[in-house]
Design a protein around this ligand. Structure first.
Ligand code: ATP
Ligand code: FE
Length: 333
């Protein structure tokens, strides 16, 4: 069965196709159109994002189908993100997906964006609950315990900035450009991580929360004091990686979970991957092109819903700006 997944939650038009066959899932196509119109404003303009999705989505669906070597009638199901995200942007992919499913007379699955990020790690590896899932992206730093397939218990989250947001802000203040994550990562490779001292956020806490605003302020002060951008990047990256890894390892110990999924845009970070690889836990990351927003991860989440025998979503399901991850695909937001 071929499943088409659409994500238009923010400023990327993502369309992917996965094949579900004999209990195995494989990504067959993953096309992303990243909008550039927002750069001049220094942030995403919701109305412009919606319009660009409308203009692009049909072409990106066509590209994904041809990358997969499929015709549109080969699809056995269609999935689209229904939240959380920018409502106007979400609506474009959601309505397109519903219309396509209805025209083809195939099941439709409304997906939660964060469940998509988590299932992005299910492309190569088998993902079997129980496990911990750390979603580190532009808008989230959420640590979930997943005791059973499709069940998500939030055990920790950022108290202020998301991890990706902190990478973006520190890159901007250090003049390293946008997007900040890859810019920090590249600069850090040239810098000295011992150059700027950072205090460990929330040191001594008994829970599993995160905080990045202190690191951000310390970076700003170091920048004003004349720290070299490369050194600042290296020192900040190490501090950010350490707090993510340390807290997650502590949570794994407390819950007894041996497997950790690390996903979302920041999971592309090499230093983060290396630090997690050294923990001794089984750590599963998304493959290339599956860390930041994309449609294949939405198709992967839908594939898991199909495999678990969950019912398709109602075509009345609407777009939601804010939605905690609770039940997962096909269970309503
Ligand atoms: P959300 O999923 O929370 O709604 P989003 O969809 O905007 O947010 P993603 O597309 O998953 O977020 O990730 C984008 C974030 O990932 C940006 O903040 C970016 O700086 C960060 N990022 C991307 N690559 C890297 C990297 N190599 N190192 C660190 N951060 C990175
Ligand atoms: Fe995202």
């Amino acid at each position: 069965m071929f499943i088409l997944g659409i994500d238009t939650s923010c400023d990327d038009t993502g369309v992917g196709v996965v094949e579900l066959s004999a209990g195995r899932v494989q990504v067959r196509a993953n096309r992303v159109w990243s909008q550039t119109v927002h750069a001049q404003y220094g942030g995403v303009m919701p109305e412009l994002a919606s319009r660009e999705h409308v203009e692009r989505i049909d072409a990106i669906v066509g590209e994904a189908l041809s990358e997969a070597g499929l015709g549109i009638t080969d699809l056995g199901a269609v999935a689209a993100t229904s939240g959380p995200g920018l409502v106007g942007a979400l609506l474009v992919g959601l309505m397109y997906g519903k219309g396509l499913a209805q025209a083809l007379d195939v099941p439709f699955y409304a997906a939660h964006h964060l469940e998509g990020h988590i299932y992005a790690a299910a492309s190569d590896a088998e993902l079997r609950a129980p496990y911990l899932a750390l979603v580190v992206s532009g808008g989230h730093t959420h640590l979930f315990d997943v005791p059973r397939e499709g069940e998500y218990v939030l055990i920790g989250a950022t108290r202020d900035d998301a991890a990706g947001e902190a990478f973006d802000k520190v890159a901007r203040l250090a003049g390293l450009g946008y997007p900040g994550g890859p810019a920090i990562s590249a600069a850090a490779a040239r810098g000295n991580p011992d150059a700027v001292p950072f205090k460990e956020p929330l040191k001594g806490q008994s829970g599993f929360d995160f905080s990045f605003s202190g690191l951000k302020t310390a970076a700003l002060l170091a920048h004003r004091a004349g720290a070299a951008p490369d050194d600042l990047a290296a020192s900040f990256q190490r501090a950010a990686v350490q707090t993510l890894v340390k807290t997650t390892v502590r949570a794994a110990g407390a819950t007894g979970r041996g497997t950790v999924v690390v996903s979302g845009g920041v999971a592309a970070n090499r230093a983060l991957r290396e630090a997690f690889a050294a923990t001794g836990l089984r750590v599963v990351f998304p493959g290339p092109g599956l860390n930041t927003d994309n449609g294949a991860m939405i198709a992967l989440a839908a594939a898991a819903a199909v495999q678990a025998g969950r019912a398709p979503s109602a075509l009345s399901e609407g777009a939601v700006a804010y939605a905690p991850l609770a039940g997962g695909v096909g269970r309503g937001l």
